[in-house]
Write a new protein. Structure first.
Length: 71
């Protein structure tokens, strides 16, 4: 019964997003803008070498990550 309720709520949420109301259009547009900003920030961080593999991280950070991987 709980699963049916969750599925029903999810379907209602998706149905609302497809409606042509001003607030829904604005919210959808804001989500698209946020996605584009995140993608652009990630691409720029790759060019500036702000994103690195864990192999290239300092040993102190590496040990912290390994500690939590073990847990």
């Amino acid at each position: 019964m709980a699963s049916a309720s969750v599925v029903g709520s999810s379907l209602e949420g998706f149905a609302i997003l497809w409606q042509d109301r001003a607030i829904v259009r604005d919210y959808r547009t804001l989500l698209q803008i946020e996605t584009k900003l995140s993608q652009t920030a990630f691409e720029l961080s790759k060019k500036a070498r702000l994103v690195a593999k864990l192999d290239a991280m300092p040993p102190a950070l590496k040990s912290i990550v390994q500690k939590y991987e073990a847990e």
